[in-house]
Design a protein around this ligand. Structure first.
Ligand code: PMP
Length: 409
């Protein structure tokens, strides 16, 4: 009798080969590969890549605090005293007194009664949202929210928990109200928004979101990654910008941007924070922020609180760059912060522009779908309080010249 043919095994690694062919085709079209560029030296506002110095207009080190001698010294001193790692999860052996002290200061800073630190901002969003959103719950999300928020929702929807996620048009308050009206009254609801949108550089209308959240029985979760240190009369973020400390029930922020370090926190009512602390898998199953980083964040927080001049300088730069790019003819969308996208649309043209900028000594980030909507490719420029006027002028000059050559403006 004829034996049935053995099934042909599908090699799970096969997709890597297919992907590599696609990647090569993209490289061939654009003439180079734009991602994972290795920085040889970081000089604050300049970097050296492939032996060439470039003005960095693509960093999130908004206040330049990763270079502040006080932040560096605090980090070195804590590392010398406590070692380089906490060697465990917050849940077990990885909570130091340093974490708790920092959490108290952060809670006070954002006007909440309790805070909890995670090892990255991404983990903060993943952990807080997935801990809170359960089987019967609904997460309501601005369509342009950051991927870490979206992944928090995915984690909540996974593990057979089935949290429902509904999206509304970016900054579209009417659409949001329509969405809220159609949700069941008896479901728990979490409205989630970036404070400053990470690719667009516009500011969420917090009071309006708060009003709707209250009217429809939702809690509001605010991501301040690109807002703290950046907006508000003294750089305290979206709440200060709108003078509204009531609307957001939970405020999160990363330490990888204005704080010049890495990590994140979420702040709110003590009972809710305690719940997240015991339910967030990215907190429980991952090692805690190391001592040197905690000390760096604490020092950066002091500077943000005591020296608003850095945020004010950044705001001056942001206003100037938005105006300058606009008057050159760039499409900067609704940006009004230190994130200024140069919206181009076409992926290849965006990569060509990116390469031209690199060749002329300017480093900015090319962003294509899915990080932005299809045909919404852009060069994301972002500015730091430590940029000099000369550096900004030079960056503008190069952007204008290269964009004209490519017919972008
Ligand atoms: N939220 C927003 C809005 C972000 O832009 C980012 C990072 N780009 C994060 C959260 C995640 O922060 P981290 O890089 O610290 O993990």
């Amino acid at each position: 009798m004829e034996q049935p043919a053995a099934p042909t095994a599908v090699d799970i690694f096969g997709k890597a080969g297919t992907w590599a062919v696609g990647k090569q085709a993209r490289v061939d079209r654009a003439g180079f590969y734009p991602y994972f560029a290795a920085i040889e030296e970081n000089l604050g506002t300049k970097v050296i890549i492939d032996g060439r110095e470039m003005i960095m207009i693509g960093s999130n080190n908004y206040l330049g605090l990763s270079w502040d001698p006080r932040v560096i010294e605090a980090s070195v001193a804590a590392t010398k005293r406590y070692g380089t790692s906490c060697s465990g999860s917050r849940f077990l052996n990885g909570t130091f007194k340093l974490h708790e002290e920092l959490e108290e200061q952060l809670a006070r800073f954002v006007g909440k009664r309790a805070a909890l630190c995670f090892t990255t901002g991404y983990q903060t969003n993943l952990g807080a949202i997935s801990a809170l959103a359960g089987r019967q719950d609904i997460v309501i999300s601005d369509r342009l929210n950051h991927a870490s928020l979206v992944d928090g929702m995915l984690l909540a929807g996974g593990m057979n928990r089935g949290t429902k996620v509904v999206r509304y048009g970016h900054d579209d308050i009417e659409d949001l109200e329509r969405v809220l009206q159609n949700l069941p009254e008896d479901a728990g609801k979490l409205l989630v928004t970036d404070g400053v949108f990470s690719m667009e550089g516009d500011i969420a209308r917090l009071p309006k979101l708060g009003e709707l959240a209250r009217r429809y029985g939702a809690r509001l979760y605010l991501d301040e990654a690109h807002a703290i240190g950046v907006i508000g009369p003294t750089g305290r973020g979206t709440q200060e910008h709108w003078d509204d400390y009531d609307s957001a029930d939970l405020v999160m922020c990363t330490f990888s941007k204005s704080f010049g370090a890495i990590g994140g926190f979420v702040a709110g009512e003590p009972e809710v924070i305690d719940f997240i602390k015991h339910e967030a898998r990215p907190l429980i199953f991952s090692a805690s922020m190391p001592p040197g980083t905690i000390a760096a964040v604490a020092a950066a927080l002091r500077i943000i609180e005591e020296e608003p001049e850095h945020a004010l300088r950044l705001q001056e730069i942001a206003g100037r760059m938005v105006d300058a790019f606009k008057s050159l003819g760039f499409n900067v969308g609704p940006s009004c912060t230190a994130i200024v996208p140069l919206i181009i649309g076409d992926d290849n043209l965006t990569f060509l522009f990116h390469r031209a900028l690199l060749e002329h000594g300017v480093y900015a980030n090319p962003v294509v779908s899915p990080a932005v909507p299809p045909n919404g490719a852009l060069i994301r420029t972002s500015f730091m309080a430590i940029h000099s006027d000369d550096e900004l002028d030079r960056a503008l000059e190069v952007c204008a010249k290269e964009a004209r050559k490519l017919g972008i403006i």
